[in-house]
Ligand binder design. Structure first.
Ligand SMILES: Nc1nc2c(c(=O)[nH]1)N[C@H]1C(S)=C(S)[C@@H](COP(=O)(O)O)O[C@H]1N2
Ligand SMILES: [Mo]
Length: 323
C-alpha cells in the first residue's frame, strides 16, 4: 500500500519472504480433515499456542463460520499490516514488544446520549464472546482465513445510545510513539482513522475483535480491541481502537486521505474494480502452495464471499465510483 511507483516496489513486499509449509493444508488436501472436524478444531487449536498468550474463557462457536481450514496461528501473527510498528510484514510481530494493551480505555463521543471514556472491561465484559472464522482479504491481493474471537459491534454500539443524527461511526487507533516505532516516522498521518456507515457498523457480520484462536489478541493483530469487517479490504479493520465517534458526516479515513485515487471510503472487496496499480480479480492465500513459484492464486469473491449478507446495503450505489 506504500505510495510508490511500481518499479520501486520490491518483490518481497508482494511475495512473502518465507512460505510456511502449512500442515493443515496438507492434511486437508490429503482428506484427513472434514468440515465438521474443522469447526470443533479452532478453539481447541489454542492448545498448541505458547502459554504466554492468555486464553479467553467462555468462547461460543458461531454457526456461520467458514468451513475452510484457518491459517495457522504463526501465519496470522507473523505476516501483518500494522504501520504503527513499521511497513514490513514481520515488523508488527518483531517491533511490538514494548506495546502495553492493559489498562485500556476507549472514548465514545459525538452523536450519543452516553458519551464518556470507558474501561475495556466495561465495554467487553457484558457480552458473550463468539469465535467466528472469516476470510480476510487485503487490498494488496493476499488473503487468509482467521478464527477471530469477538462481539458483534452492533451489540456494543447499542449500549452507547447513538442519537437519530448518527449516520456514520468513526474509529481511531492509539498514538504511542514510545511503544510504536512506526509512529516515529510520518509514513501515515497518525492517528490511523477509519469509518463505516451506521448501517455497516450495525450489520450483524461486523465484529469487535478481542482475540484469535481462542487467546487474547496479540499486539501485532491490534490488541486489545480491533474491528473486523469481513466484506471489506483489510485496511478498514482498524486496530488498537481508543476512540469511537458517532457522526452526522462521513468521517475522513487514513488510506483515502493518503491516496484518494487508490483507496475509497467504502473499500468493499470487488474483483471487478481493479486497484490502479494491480488487478483485484485474484488473490494469494497466505500459506498455500510451496514457495512463490507454486503459490496458488484463487478467484476473489464479490464482497469477499459475503454478498448474500451485505449486497443489500449498497443497492443503488455505483460501486465503481464508490470504491
Ligand atoms: N491502526 C492500523 N490498523 C490497521 C492497519 C494499520 O496499519 N494500522 N493495517 C490494516 C491492513 S492493510 C490490514 S490487511 C489488516 C491486517 O490485519 P492482521 O495483521 O491482523 O491480519 O489490518 C488493518 N488495520
Ligand atoms: Mo491490507
Amino acid at each position: 500500500m506504500l505510495i510508490r511507483r511500481p518499479p520501486d516496489i520490491k518483490s518481497s513486499e508482494i511475495t512473502p519472504e518465507r512460505h510456511y509449509f502449512n500442515r493443515r493444508e496438507l492434511l486437508r488436501s490429503a482428506g484427513f480433515i472434514g468440515a465438521g472436524a474443522l469447526l470443533s478444531q479452532a478453539v481447541a487449536a489454542a492448545d498448541g499456542i505458547p502459554a504466554s498468550h492468555r486464553r479467553l474463557a467462555g468462547v461460543q462457536r458461531w454457526p456461520g463460520s467458514l468451513r475452510d481450514a484457518p491459517n495457522t496461528f504463526e501465519e496470522i501473527t507473523t505476516y501483518n499490516n500494522f504501520y504503527e510498528f513499521g511497513t514490513g510484514k514481520s515488523d508488527p510481530a518483531e517491533a511490538s514488544g514494548r506495546f502495553r494493551p492493559k489498562p485500556w480505555k476507549v472514548k465514545i463521543d459525538g452523536e450519543t446520549d452516553a458519551p464518556g471514556t470507558y474501561d475495556y472491561d466495561t465495554i467487553v465484559k457484558p457480552h458473550a464472546l463468539e469465535e467466528r472464522i472469516y476470510r480476510l482479504r487485503c487490498v494488496e491481493a493476499w488473503s487468509m482465513v482467521v478464527p477471530w474471537v469477538g462481539i458483534p459491534l452492533r451489540d456494543v454500539l447499542k449500549r452507547y445510545k447513538p442519537t437519530s443524527r448518527a449516520k456514520y461511526v468513526a474509529f481511531e487507533t492509539v498514538v504511542r510513539p514510545a511503544e510504536m516505532p512506526g509512529q516515529r516516522s510520518r509514513t501515515l498521518d497518525w492517528p490511523y482513522v477509519e469509518g463505516l456507515t451506521i448501517a455497516e457498523a450495525m450489520h450483524p457480520l461486523t465484529l469487535l475483535v478481542v482475540g484469535v484462536y481462542g487467546v487474547e489478541l496479540p499486539a501485532q493483530n491490534g490488541a486489545p480491541l480491533r474491528l473486523m469487517v469481513p466484506w471489506k479490504y483489510g485496511f478498514k479493520s482498524i486496530k488498537s481502537i481508543v476512540r469511537i465517534s458517532f457522526t452526522e458526516k462521513q468521517p475522513p479515513t487514513t488510506w483515502s486521505m493518503s491516496a484518494p485515487d487508490e483507496y475509497g471510503f467504502y473499500a468493499n472487496v470487488n474483483p471487478e474494480v481493479d486497484h490502479p496499480r494491480w488487478s483485484q480479480a485474484t488473490e494469494r492465500r497466505v500459506g498455500s502452495g510451496i514457495g512463490s513459484l507454486f503459490a496458488a492464486r484463487q478467484d476473489t469473491l464479490m464482497f469477499n464471499g459475503y454478498a448474500d449478507q451485505v449486497a443489500s446495503l449498497y443497492t443503488g450505489l455505483d460501486l465503481t465510483r464508490n470504491f
